[in-house]
Design a protein around this ligand. Structure first.
Ligand SMILES: Cc1cc2nc3c(=O)[nH]c(=O)nc-3n(C[C@H](O)[C@H](O)[C@H](O)COP(=O)(O)OP(=O)(O)OC[C@H]3O[C@@H](n4cnc5c(N)ncnc54)[C@H](O)[C@@H]3O)c2cc1C
Length: 384
């Protein structure tokens, strides 16, 4: 008889967790509070570590089919257009970029029918010796295990991790958009106080993000696109053209937050996963990638340890150091773009670095984060 998990949250982390459960022969129900299942936001990149996690989940080929190779890490520029480092056209791009909705759909398509319930906002979680029960909209649902993938403002974390402080505003904000613009190679333009990231994505489109400082969270503008365009008017092309080509309603403005390191991701039969466990600043493009890793490691632990508590302890011990180190690194990278002295030092360092060394660092196995290898999940055919 298959074992039963409840996954809270139908974002990339939650769907990946459910898929990982499916791979090891478990049954899962995904409870998503939104009335409709969709990934909000613009684009994202996935590095080799995340692509390996997708491979282990059995959807690597499907993801590659909707992703676009991006040279963003190889093309580093200054606002006046000069290159600090420049990718050669024949360089292999280790990263793929996606429309978020496309990657989300790949995961959703791989789940068995009927596993996702929308309009299901979880408001309570109760643990007993033999299982765990969640409440949503007056319904109670029991399972052996709860995976809380309910995002940076996680309800489950608030209910069960009562000592954990709320997510912290990092003094930074971001405008994001997607426009029709084909054949851009991908780039990062480093300005004082902020940067612009451009990734090509599928079907002749490009994703852009402008990440910069903000004195407080919640500052909003009547016309967000106009504000982003105003701030970037003197930056090199195609930045102004890309913003201009973005439909007004497709420009998103969000504040950047992360989570202080938690002492544990596990309480009894409940495990936090993805942003609920380790929301991080976007500067290493790793948040969702780490949630894909979480999903594979969690399923491998459950497949290898019959007792839930022992499996979750293993998951916690494996994931906490890596995800918290990644979050720490992302936060430090972000700070380098906001302080004037750190910015100057960073630009000098990148400019002086020999191109061959830079290329080595952005190859598939070029850095510690990207080198990660997933544990092997037992094939579903070995399960009844
Ligand atoms: C500007 C920016 C750029 C980024 N770029 C990248 C990138 O290039 N690469 C990358 O890997 N990551 C990137 N990230 C990080 C990435 O977006 C997140 O890490 C990732 O989306 C987290 O996924 P998740 O499933 O954990 O959480 P979420 O996507 O937040 O999903 C949580 C889900 O839970 C649901 N939910 C919440 N509460 C409840 C409840 N009580 N009951 C039921 N459902 C609930 C929500 O509706 C939501 O659907 C970026 C982040 C930002 C801010």
């Amino acid at each position: 008889m298959s074992r039963h998990a409840i996954v809270i949250g139908g974002g990339i982390g939650g769907l990946a967790a459910a898929l990982a459960m499916h791979r090891i022969g478990w049954h899962a129900v995904v409870l998503e509070r939104a009335a409709e299942l969709r990934e909000i936001g613009a684009g994202m990149s996935q590095a080799p570590n995340a692509m390996r996690a997708l491979d282990e989940l059995g959807v690597g080929a499907q993801a590659r089919a909707v992703g676009a190779p991006t040279h963003a890490a190889g093309n580093l520029r200054l606002p006046d257009g000069r290159y600090l480092q420049r990718a050669r056209p024949d360089d292999a791009a280790a990263m793929l970029a996606f429309h978020r909705a496309d990657l989300h759909q790949v995961l959703l398509d791989a789940l068995p029918d009927g596993w996702v319930r929308t309009g299901a906002e979880v408001t309570a979680v109760r643990q007993e010796d033999s299982g765990v029960t969640v409440t949503y909209g007056g319904v109670e649902l029991g399972g052996e295990l709860v995976v809380a993938a309910d995002g940076v403002h996680s309800t489950v974390r608030r209910l069960l991790w009562t000592d954990a402080p709320p997510p912290r505003f990092l003094g930074r904000t971001a405008w994001l958009g997607i426009a029709e613009m084909a054949d851009l190679p991908g780039s990062i333009t480093l300005g004082p106080g902020g940067y612009v990231l451009i990734h090509p994505i599928s079907r002749g489109r490009a994703y852009w993000a402008y990440v910069t400082t903000a004195g407080r969270p919640g500052i909003r503008y009547e016309e967000e696109k106009t504000e982003a365009a105003r701030r970037l008017a003197t930056w090199h092309e195609p930045i102004p053209a890309l913003i201009e080509a973005t439909p007004d309603e497709a420009v998103i403005h969000i504040d950047i937050r992360d989570l202080a390191p938690l002492p544990t991701y596990v309480r009894g039969r409940v495990a936090l996963l993805g942003d609920a466990a380790h929301a991080m600043s976007p500067d290493r493009g790793q948040g969702a990638g780490q949630s894909l890793e979480d999903a594979v490691v969690l399923a491998a632990a459950l497949a290898g340890e019959p007792a839930i508590e022992a499996a979750l302890r293993r998951y916690d011990a494996e994931r906490r150091p890596r995800t918290q180190a990644t979050a720490r690194g992302a936060r430090a990278d972000g700070r380098r773009t906001t302080s004037a002295a750190a910015y100057r030092a960073m630009v000098t360092m990148i400019r002086l670095m020999p191109a061959s060394l830079w290329r080595k660092g952005i190859a598939a196995d070029g850095n510690a984060t990207w080198r990660w290898r997933p544990p092997h999940l037992p094939s579903p055919t070995t399960h009844p």
